[in-house]
Design a binder for this molecule. Structure first.
Ligand code: KIV
Ligand code: ZN
Length: 512
């Protein structure tokens, strides 16, 4: 009989542990909303104890999402569990995910705890979490390298203390599919009470086996897979949600499982996560890489034209890539625009719709074809609008291969206009230097990424920046057909976030 597999998405927790990734509250809630639409069963929203920013973000996700269980990670220590509960208690379906390492190597060198101490801690901390909520997940960190008999005992202790989901992490991505499948089978055969709880798996990709190991685990009885969008995560990342789901769907003949994911939202979710995290998807990445459905060789193209299934095992439409992606042009009216937005899944207020329409018209004047990706980019920029303390009024750039790049920027701050000029190592550097002079609000640019939203010479450029201000990190987004303007917008967006947070005495993502 077809078995329903559950999906826990940990993009906001393990995914955020990707080096260089730091998401703020609005970005986390935007991703969480998208994951809810995508149909994941559980969202691991963060690790509440790690910072005030993380706590607030987990809390915001818990209070926003209604159709998924929302969990926070917590070490098996009292203050982690108490804080996790404080963060998730506003959720419709809250959960606590607590963990402790069980391998000899982790217990000896990291925890400096004996097996008895780990067992006792498991009992008391799972029970502590259970006093708060019914949904308690317990992870035996580094399970795949743990001594079997001890691992069984720890899981039994967790079940007795009230865990309802036992997670089996391959923390260092060391296992292989056959070995991991057998581990799940052995756990099912040897852990007392296992039939009363769910089994979950959490695989890292250090040997490129995370998806294969996860699939092997579900074939051997695991009920839930922990994964991330685009395979983000610590080191080489986690199992990629899109790969697991599309493997199940494409090989229905082999994998007799169902799931709750709406696959047509995969592409959009992948783009959103890539934009907000600033981690580009490698072009040849399975399912969501930009080449995943491209056919380069003449022989392949010929085959595809004759019969798609010659070289296509799944359709681009199945992950939400539109064949005819042409949206609208400059003669399109408001009604057509509104209809297109509805078709794309947007439900905007009248005011937001007006604003988006103005931006669309503006873009349609500059660009021959406005594609769905362009509309997504316009709306994403809108979603991240903050109060504009510093507003761009005008800019002028002079640059060339034998010229020193010079920028003049005119900013509006309240009723005041400030104009400054600066030189720089290229036009973007000059523009950002001139902005710094206007704002007198020193920040350090830590990261700058630019990508084309679509193909073509007239494509919009999308810029994502990260800046450091007073030890806190702020992100900024900007899009425009002019990459200098996109860069200026992104930098000002980050500055405005920093300004509002620092002046309201809150915090951004701490760098300390
Ligand atoms: O990789 C790991 O072991 C983890 C656990 C905390 C589940 O992320
Ligand atoms: Zn992990």
């Amino acid at each position: 009989m077809t078995r329903r597999i559950r999906i826990l998405d940990t993009t906001l927790r393990d995914g955020e542990q990707t080096p260089g990734v730091s998401l703020n509250l609005e970005e986390k809630t935007a991703i969480a909303r998208q994951l809810e639409l995508l149909g994941v069963d559980t969202i691991e929203a963060g690790f509440a104890i790690t910072s005030k920013g993380d706590f607030e973000a987990v809390k915001a996700v818990a209070e926003t999402v209604r159709n998924c269980t929302v969990t926070s990670l917590a070490r098996a220590v009292e203050k982690d569990i108490d804080t996790a509960w404080e963060a998730v208690k506003g959720a419709k379906n809250p959960g606590i995910h607590t963990f402790i390492a069980t391998s000899d190597i982790h217990m000896k060198f990291k925890l400096r705890m004996t097996e008895e101490e780990v067992l006792e801690r498991t009992r008391t901390m799972v029970a502590r979490a259970k006093a708060y909520t019914d949904y308690v997940e317990f992870s035996a960190e580094d399970a795949s390298r743990s001594r079997r008999e001890f691992l069984y005992k720890v899981y039994e202790a967790a079940i007795e203390a009230g865990a309802i989901m036992l997670n089996v992490p391959d923390t260092v991505g060391y296992t292989t599919p056959d070995e991991f499948g057998k581990l799940i089978k052995d756990i099912k055969a040897n852990v007392k009470g296992i039939e009363t709880v769910g089994i979950s798996v959490h695989c890292h990709n250090d040997l490129g086996l995370a998806v294969a190991n996860s699939l092997s685990a579900i074939q051997n009885g695991a009920d839930l897979v922990e994964c991330t969008i685009n395979g983000l995560g610590e080191r080489a990342g986690n199992a990629a949600l899109e790969e697991i789901i599309m493997a199940i769907d494409t090989r229905k003949d082999f994998y007799d499982f169902s799931h709750g994911i709406n696959t047509t939202l995969i592409s959009k979710t992948s783009n959103l996560v890539s934009t907000l995290t600033g981690v580009n998807v490698q072009p040849n990445k399975a399912i969501v890489g930009k080449n995943a459905f491209a056919h380069e060789s003449g022989i392949h193209q010929h085959g595809i034209m004759a019969e798609k299934t010659t070289y296509e095992i799944m359709t681009p439409e199945s992950i939400g890539l539109k064949h005819n992606n042409m949206v609208l042009g400059k003669h399109s009216g408001r009604h057509a625009f509104e209809e297109k937005l509805k078709e794309m899944g947007y439900d905007l207020t009248k005011e937001d719709l007006n604003d988006a329409f103005i931006k669309f018209k503006d873009l349609a004047d500059k660009k021959k074809q406005v594609l769905t990706e362009d509309i997504d980019a316009i709306l994403l920029e809108k979603m991240f609008k903050v109060e504009e303390v510093f507003e761009l009024d005008q800019f002028q750039i002079s640059s060339g291969n034998k010229l020193i790049s010079t920028a003049t920027i005119k900013l509006k701050k309240g009723d005041e206009y400030i104009t400054e000029a600066a030189t720089g190592d290229g036009p973007i550097d000059a523009a950002l230097n001139a902005i710094d002079r206007c704002m007198k609000f020193p920040m350090r640019l830590e990261d700058y990424k630019i990508k084309a939203v679509t193909g073509g010479k007239d494509a919009m450029g999308e810029v994502n920046v990260k800046v450091l201000k007073d030890g806190h990190r702020f992100v900024g987004h900007g899009v425009s057909t002019d990459i200098i303007e996109a860069s200026i917008k992104a930098y000002l967006n980050a500055a405005n976030r920093a300004y509002s947070v620092i002046n309201s005495n809150g915090n951004g993502e701490s760098d300390e």
